[in-house]
Design a binder for this molecule. Structure first.
Ligand SMILES: Cc1cc2nc3c(=O)[nH]c(=O)nc-3n(C[C@H](O)[C@H](O)[C@H](O)COP(=O)(O)OP(=O)(O)OC[C@H]3O[C@@H](n4cnc5c(N)ncnc54)[C@H](O)[C@@H]3O)c2cc1C
Length: 443
């Protein structure tokens, strides 16, 4: 069984003229389109497969400021606030629960990093606290060696990836956003050297601006436009436990080797924290050196693999760039298999801490491809090379939550020329200026 995803009915007719065309119907694209329409823009979202069928339904659902890179903490805070408002605003339950989020550890170095984050976050007004050894062991009573401490936020929580973005897309459509599924965008088109619209598999659509929010495909789309977008996809896995599992606490918990959170309706979402596989692909040769810092900081967690994926992607690129074939039509939904050894090991690690969570408690598992930038923060920005093009992508594993703020900020930038939050660190320019890109990852 795969993870469930709500299906929605959407438009079948291409709009003829838009202010803004959004490429990609994941969280980033749907939120940006919704926010643009609230600012009075005529918007369309073009999705090659189904709304949210890629990363935006395959994630753990965590909505957090906790541990977020300091350069994007403003966006993370805005995002969590937006999650807390969303169900009432659209009249449908997106599953947001304000449970708080907790990290616990047995590592002094990790705790010191959290302390640093906590001090900064407090100055930014994030409601959080450090947990003493006693507090951590009281609430998250575990077998084996005790925790030495932890950190917790109060207003973070989780939402339901199986329905949140489809529900928002349905609402946006009712408010006038054109939403098209099974409608891949293959190219941009230009008139007299100026952006004039998009070329979809069903025909042209005129638009003054275009937002590229194509997740794991953004970099390939950009390649054709000669836009530098250095991302690498990390293949990650997650699972749901059987409904019978009961843990003695509420809210998402990250422990050293696994992450777990309850699922409304029964069971838990369980995964190995921060683990995944990076296939060596053409983008590794193109942009690999820029990822030195990120790969060094996560070398224990990331497996590099050279296999058939290199040639599969190379073939897709050649077909796309030189032979007029669309990789987007060919791959309606990127649906990687889960890495079952990682999934099982999450259960083995979890069982050491919470004995009720053994591998026999696995219900089902799934895979997903996460688009990562070299510095682990997204691009929410005008594209520096092509006037009229904007980027809302590269969410590096936290875009389910962060798209909520990113989409609003980008919509403000497009519609009003400036955003309520600071976008300086999330610019596209940082990839072109030669500046050193370092992750600042606490988790
Ligand atoms: C296992 C896992 C766990 C995660 N856990 C969390 C978490 O707990 N919290 C969190 O905040 N984030 C989490 N994430 C990350 C989060 O899911 C992503 O950052 C976020 O969903 C990215 O949204 P997106 O819209 O940028 O990309 P996507 O959701 O991937 O959407 C991009 C869409 O663009 C479409 N598309 C691509 N090219 C084209 C084209 N040419 N024409 C038309 N459509 C196109 C694709 O079909 C796709 O639907 C997790 C991810 C995974 C895989």
């Amino acid at each position: 069984m795969k993870q469930p995803l709500m299906m929605i009915e959407t438009d079948t007719q291409l709009p003829s003229r838009l202010d803004v065309a959004v490429i990609g119907g994941g969280a980033a694209g749907v939120v940006t389109a919704y926010e643009l329409s609230k600012l009075g823009k005529r918007v369309g979202v073009f999705e090659k497969g189904r709304i949210a069928a890629e990363q935006s339904s395959r994630n753990w659902g965590w909505c957090r400021t906790l541990g977020r890179d300091l350069r994007e903490l403003g966006m993370a805070r805005l995002s969590v606030r937006r999650w807390s408002e969303l169900s009432a605003e659209i009249g449908a339950d997106v599953g947001f629960r304000e449970t708080g989020i907790t990290f616990v550890t047995r590592s002094e170095a990790e705790l010191a990093g959290w302390q640093e984050w906590f001090e900064f976050a407090q100055r930014c007004g994030v409601a959080a606290e450090m947990l003493s050894k006693e507090q951590a062991n009281k609430v998250y009573a575990a077998s084996g060696e005790p925790w030495i401490g932890g950190v917790r936020t109060f207003h973070d929580g989780y939402a339901d990836p199986s329905c949140a973005i489809p529900l928002l897309a349905r609402h946006a459509a009712a408010e006038g956003v054109a939403v098209l599924q099974n409608c891949a965008v293959n190219d941009l088109y230009f008139e007299a050297g100026r952006l004039a619209g998009i070329e979809t598999e069903r025909g042209m659509v005129r638009a003054d601006c275009v937002v590229i929010a194509a997740g794991a495909w953004s970099s390939l789309f950009c390649l054709k436009q000669k836009i530098v977008l250095p991302t690498l996809n990390v293949y990650s896995s997650a699972s749901k436990t059987r409904d019978a599992v009961q843990l003695p606490f509420q809210g998402p918990l990250k422990a050293p080797q696994f992450a777990v959170r309850e699922k409304v309706g029964g069971g838990y979402i369980l995964a190995k924290s921060g683990r995944g596989t990076v296939h060596i692909v053409p983008n590794s040769l193109r942009y690999g050196l820029r990822f030195k810092g990120l790969l060094a900081s996560r070398r224990k967690n990331i497996a590099l693999r050279l296999d058939g994926e290199f040639f599969r992607q190379l073939w897709d690129e050649i077909g796309y760039l030189y032979l007029g074939r669309s990789p987007f039509v060919k791959n309606r939904v990127l649906d990687p298999d889960p890495d079952m050894s990682l999934v099982r090991s999450a259960y083995e690690e979890a069982q050491r801490v919470f004995p009720g969570l053994g591998p026999d408690m696995l219900d089902y598992a799934w895979g997903g491809a996460i688009d990562n930038t070299p510095d682990g923060i997204p691009v929410v920005s005008a594209c520096d090379k092509v006037p009229g093009v904007y980027l809302c992508t590269g969410f590096s594993g936290h875009g389910f939550s962060s798209s909520m703020g990113a989409g609003r900020m980008l919509a403000q930038l497009i519609a009003r020329g400036q955003s309520s939050e600071d976008l300086q660190y999330l610019s596209h320019r940082r990839f072109l200026s030669g500046e050193k890109l370092e992750p600042n990852i606490i988790y």
